[in-house]
Design a protein around this ligand. Structure first.
Ligand SMILES: *[C@@H]1O[C@H](CO)[C@@H](O)[C@H](O)[C@H]1NC(C)=O
Length: 432
């Protein structure tokens, strides 16, 4: 089955190799008996991965499109990971020198217990990456405008499952694992990235214009593959520029910057970003998340970049004003990153919809509760009222201000009806 070595540089060859490795690992694991739960999970994951790889092979064969090259690195790693894992299973089996085959199999799989779980996560990551590429085959062709960056952020987010994959793959090769968390990409100006290194530290990277293509910067795995090697050391702020000597991108500067944090930390609970499991993106800088605070899914809102901290500061204070007044979602605590407060956690309002004109009564009610506290909301578009069980919850307080001018409050209240009728979509972008 040996492939001519030279072929391996093409995506088709890489996909084929990865496919073969995944099938051969499946066969090895499948030959073990019995199949405890985690082994069944592994077999299931391997089957799904092989299926994704087979579709990819078909797709690459049927198109002459060169756009799949973003997958080359993940494919190479996937192939390696399957081979190494298979090697490990076989070695482990032969070390356990027993005549009773079933005992040997059982002992091997028990010994490899946690590794099997990790490996399943790894496979799920590769599968997600491949499926993301398959569902958006146009990715590499499209011209990305700054306005549409949100879409790519979602994509980046969907590929987040790849993290486990990258961590394990990198552990094998000693590379730092870089996961793109948030991006603010500008075609003609500096671009900004928030990245997680080795699952442990968050760094902010500024990239000078005219170094990478917008599409490379918008897709996590491709950005990670083009960034220069990360300098080691305790830094959180880095600048990528063109090296004047050879024209190649390099880290022109890294430093440990004293980034600002929210000062008004009125709530007693603090949760660190790295202790959260971040889920679906709702709006820019707003995500569903799981934390150890509760079994329920919660919502986190945070400054993606240091210059957004001021907005979060104001909103944190607004939540302090309305706390206990049945106006907004419950504020659950402050969100920290490396000791500084960058955001907050709040209750997720489930099964809600956005307000429309007929909800005027309940919306006016909640707005008047806010006005009674002498606070003007400042952005009463219909997407900022969540309706559930004929009750309205106000959200998005980053423009809220203390206001002792009765007329100004009255005006906001009078304009409400027109705001709810405005179906232009302004202010929209998902619940919360
Ligand atoms: C925060 O609130 C202060 C005081 O109301 C206001 O002057 C400032 O412009 C607000 N900052 C932002 C970024 O909205």
């Amino acid at each position: 089955m040996a492939e001519p070595f030279g072929l391996a540089s093409g995506t088709l060859a890489l996909a084929t190799l990865a496919f073969q490795s995944s099938v051969s690992l499946y066969e090895t694991v499948n030959s073990f008996h019995p199949h405890p739960k985690r082994v069944r999970a592994l077999l299931g994951e391997l089957e799904a991965l092989s299926t994704a790889l087979a579709s990819l092979v078909d797709r690459v064969k049927s198109t002459s499109d060169v756009g799949h090259s973003v997958l080359d690195l993940p494919l190479l790693r996937c192939d390696n990971a399957c081979k190494k894992f298979r090697q490990e299973v076989t070695q482990c089996t032969s070390r356990l020198n027993s005549n009773r085959a079933s005992f040997r199999d059982w002992a091997t799989l028990t010994y490899m217990g946690d590794k099997i779980d990790d490996f399943c996560d790894l496979l799920a990551g590769y599968k997600a990456t491949i499926n993301t590429a398959l569902t958006d085959a146009t990715l590499r062709q499209s011209t990305v405008t700054v306005e549409s960056t949100g879409k790519y952020e979602d994509l980046i987010h969907d590929a987040k499952d790849d993290l486990g994959a990258q961590i394990s793959a990198a552990r094998m090769g000693n590379q730092p694992v870089i996961e793109l968390l948030q991006a603010e990409v500008d075609e003609n100006d500096q671009s900004f990235f928030r990245v997680l290194v080795d699952g442990l530290s968050i760094k902010y990277i500024t990239v000078e214009p005219d170094i990478y293509s917008t599409e490379d910067m918008c897709f996590g795995p491709s950005l990670v593959s083009v960034l220069p090697t990360f300098p080691i050391g305790d830094w959180n702020d880095g600048l990528v520029a063109k090296n004047p000597n050879d024209g190649k991108p390099f880290f022109a500067r890294v430093c440990l910057a004293p980034f600002p944090g929210v000062q008004n930390t009125w709530h007693e609970i603090y949760v660190d970003y790295l202790d959260l499991s971040i889920g679906r993106k709702l709006r820019t800088g707003i995500y569903e998340a799981k934390s150890s605070l509760s079994d329920d899914i919660i919502v986190v809102k945070f400054a993606r970049f240091p210059w957004e901290v001021q907005y979060i500061e104001n909103e944190t204070t607004a939540y302090q004003w309305i706390s206990g007044h049945n106006i907004g979602p419950q504020f659950l605590g402050h969100l920290t990153e490396n000791g500084r407060v960058i955001g907050f956690l709040m209750e997720r309002i489930t099964d809600a919809r956005h307000a429309s004109a007929e909800d005027i009564e309940v919306c006016r009610e909640v707005l008047s509760r806010l006005h009674n506290l002498g606070v003007r909301h400042g952005d009463t578009n219909r997407f900022n009222f969540l309706i559930r069980d004929s009750k309205a919850t106000l959200i998005d307080f980053d423009t809220a201000q203390k206001c002792d001018d009765r007329d100004s409050l009255l005006q906001e209240s009078e304009e409400l009806s027109a705001c709810l009728k405005d179906m232009s979509g302004r202010g929209g972008g998902g619940l919360l």
